[in-house]
Design a protein around this ligand. Structure first.
Ligand SMILES: Nc1nc2c(ncn2[C@@H]2O[C@H](COP(=O)(O)OP(=O)(O)OP(=O)(O)O)[C@@H](O)[C@H]2O)c(=O)[nH]1
Ligand SMILES: [Mg+2]
Length: 452
């Protein structure tokens, strides 16, 4: 990616629209658009397109105070893509005549330029990308957390304490012959690293990866007609979402509702599906039965967990013919209507939608069957993407190793400890930018009068 180029892109999604945005950025953006005296702001203007003077809104942001850090111009054009394509061709022609290389912007290039020009840090850039991708409230809040700089601030605080410690340890190696330099005592180093590990561990324990927020597991209630599936569906949701009746075949279609299961480890959101009862003993299913069977079959294919409901006196249905490549599919067996049959031979979790028996155990079992971890960003949680999480985890592991080394009876050479601190800083550098040996040296010189 060459930041010296001038780039152009249509900033509106494809399809019909009343206005379309065209954005240029780079050293020749103003020249291509014939702007001689660029003044920051939004103004109405005209764009000369052949013999037509097209009214446009023009936003001018001279660098370095623009989103990307270089000269930016945005044209808001009335009409959709075909008109914008004509403007684009006209601009290409002008660029050719002026000898300006004008090229299409690559994916994310405006934000990449903002990063490369020092307008935003890497974490803010990732936050912008997550904001664009966000589909749920949790994802949007997570993205905001990234772009608001919370993680960067946290990582910088940790790094600054590691720089302080590295400065002290390295001063002990390099300048012990200076009378005013005292190497950090081992106990003090251990206490400081322990203190550093507390927020790091806490952050990791309370973090939810953004990738995890993407995934809402699908849980399907399945069983014979009249098994009590819809009653269980309503009972789990805590409201009368669907019709329940003693007539077999009440539910005809697949209903889906989100359900949040709270736990010590944060909340887990699932999509709970209630479908038509399935009667494997029916040798001649009619048109309607076949259609219902197809619908429930589709639901099963996208499910992560099946709750197999069996009413008193019935055998659990055989799910094998239903599930293609279902080896990895989890099944939770539930004996329904246990208020009617206190003691029977059915296996599985005993529930009753009427008396609420076993409902708490069922939600806990759903959660643990799905792996338990949270996919909802609660107020006390932090969003990280997988890259951030592994950086923080590696930093924590490195500091853990340093603690083990320091607590060893045969204390290791101090160079080993310094190397571990450097390694932890290198890990954090993946979040906040590289921490150079000079940063550590600055710390040494700031604390001691070395070389005065
Ligand atoms: N006593 C008792 N009756 C229940 C319980 N759960 C469901 N029922 C009754 O069983 C009948 C069938 O319940 P539904 O929840 O509609 O069963 P379903 O599996 O959804 O049935 P289909 O949609 O027809 O496949 C209704 O009359 C319910 O009131 C329960 O826990 N205890
Ligand atoms: Mg039903």
């Amino acid at each position: 990616m060459n930041v010296a180029d001038t780039i152009i892109a249509i900033g509106s999604p494809p399809g019909r629209s009343q206005r379309t945005l065209l954005r240029l950025a780079g050293p020749d953006a103003f020249r291509v658009c014939d702007i001689i005296d660029p003044v920051r702001g939004l103004r109405s203007s005209v764009f000369e397109l052949g013999s037509h003077a097209l009214p446009v809104l023009r936003f001018i942001a001279p660098g370095p105070d623009s989103y990307t850090g270089d000269d930016v111009i945005e044209l808001l054009v009335p009409g959709g893509r075909p008109l914008v394509e004509l403007i684009r061709n006209e601009l290409d022609g002008r660029a050719d005549r002026l000898g300006i290389p004008l090229r299409d912007a690559g994916p994310g290039e405006y934000t990449a330029r903002a990063y490369l020009n020092g307008r935003i840090d890497l974490l803010e850039a990732e936050g912008i990308s997550e904001t664009i991708r966000a589909e749920t409230d949790s994802q949007l809040r997570a993205a905001h957390g990234l772009s608001a700089g919370g993680l960067g601030e946290f990582a910088r605080e940790i790094a600054s304490e590691i720089i302080r410690l590295a400065g002290l340890v390295e001063a002990g190696i390099d300048f012990t012959d200076q009378e005013d330099v005292v190497a950090i005592p081992m106990e003090e180093l251990i206490t400081s690293v322990q203190a550093l590990l507390v927020p790091l561990r806490d952050r990791l324990a309370r973090s939810v990866t953004i990738e995890r927020l993407d995934s809402v597991p699908v849980v399907v209630l399945i069983g014979r007609p009249n098994a009590g599936k819809s009653s269980l569906f309503n009972a789990l949701l805590g409201r009368e979402r669907t019709v329940v009746a003693d007539r077999a075949g009440t539910t005809r279609d697949v209903l889906a509702e989100p359900l949040q299961i709270d736990g010590d480890d944060g909340a887990l959101e699932i999509l709970l599906l209630d479908g038509a009862g399935f009667d494997p003993s029916n040798p001649n299913p009619g048109h309607l039965e076949l259609a219902m069977e197809r619908r429930i079959g589709e639901a099963l294919q996208r499910s992560d967990l099946l709750i197999r409901c069996t009413a008193p006196g019935e055998e659990p249905i055989d799910l094998e013919p239903f599930i293609e490549n279902g080896g990895g599919l989890r099944i939770l067996d539930v004996a329904t209507k246990c208020d009617l049959a206190a003691d029977d031979a059915r296996t599985g979790l005993r529930t009753s939608s009427t008396s609420a028996l076993g409902l708490d155990t069922l939600t806990r079992s759903i959660r643990s069957s799905l792996g338990g971890s949270s996919n909802v960003l609660g107020a006390d949680r932090f969003a990280l993407n997988q890259r951030h999480e592994s950086v923080l985890r590696r930093c924590r592991e490195t500091l853990d190793q340093l603690l083990v080394l320091s607590c060893d009876d045969d204390a290791p050479p101090v160079e080993f400890l310094a190397a571990r601190l450097r390694q932890a800083l290198d890990e954090l550098g993946m979040l906040i930018g590289r921490v150079t040996p000079d940063d550590v040296l600055d710390q040494v010189f700031a604390n001691f009068c070395v070389g005065k």
